[in-house]
Design a binder for this molecule. Structure first.
Ligand code: FE
Length: 190
């Protein structure tokens, strides 16, 4: 009996990729030119619910099948790539950065900047509702975890030491994203 009850609970939680310790905190968002102290958790949760029809929910086996080992470890198991090793760390081409799990556009090259922290850094998200932020108390630290709002994939963390206009630094794993370059500019339109 206990086995079946435990299996049901774990089976429900694992597809979302959230550990039990994080489910006690309500999700909230950061971005949209607002500082973290200006966020309204109730308002943010309401907007997340209105976006629920777009959720991408897959089993752990499905994620293992469609993601590379590195993508799976970061997106689904909250891993972190080694600093200065990610393919987008020193990458500044024009384009969009999409979630490697579900393809949702998360960040733009317009807000990427050289933070020299070892990971790709952005001072804002493409749209506030594209990410969900949660308190992360792992490894003896209190940080703000950033997740994709569509598939729940772990992206990285956000810190309050970024440049203006937001003062935020979204510190994101390269392997959690897929870069889509901007179309070549038409020479006649220059
Ligand atoms: Fe995603």
């Amino acid at each position: 009996m206990f086995f079946w009850a435990a299996t049901a609970v774990v089976g429900f939680l694992l597809p979302f990729g959230f550990p039990l310790s994080l489910t006690v905190f309500g999700p909230y968002r950061v971005g949209g030119n607002k500082s973290m102290s200006q966020m309204d958790p109730a308002q943010n949760e309401a907007s997340e619910n209105s976006n629920s029809s777009k959720k991408v929910i897959k089993s752990d086996a499905e994620w293992r099948r469609i993601l590379t080992t590195e993508q799976y470890c970061i997106l689904r198991k909250k891993g972190t790539e080694q600093p200065y090793t990610g393919v987008y760390n020193d990458h500044f081409e024009k384009g969009l950065y999409k979630c490697a799990g579900c393809g949702q556009v998360l960040f733009s090259s317009e807000t990427k900047y050289p933070s020299h922290c070892g990971w790709p850094a952005f001072y804002d998200v493409e749209k506030a509702e594209r990410v969900v932020c949660r308190i992360d108390r792992s490894y003896g630290m209190i940080r703000t975890e950033v997740l994709c709002s569509r598939c729940g994939g772990h992206l990285g963390h956000v810190f309050q030491d970024g440049p203006s206009p937001t003062g935020l630094r979204y510190c994101i794993n390269s392997a959690a994203m897929i870069f889509e370059p901007s179309p070549p500019q038409n020479p006649q339109s220059r």
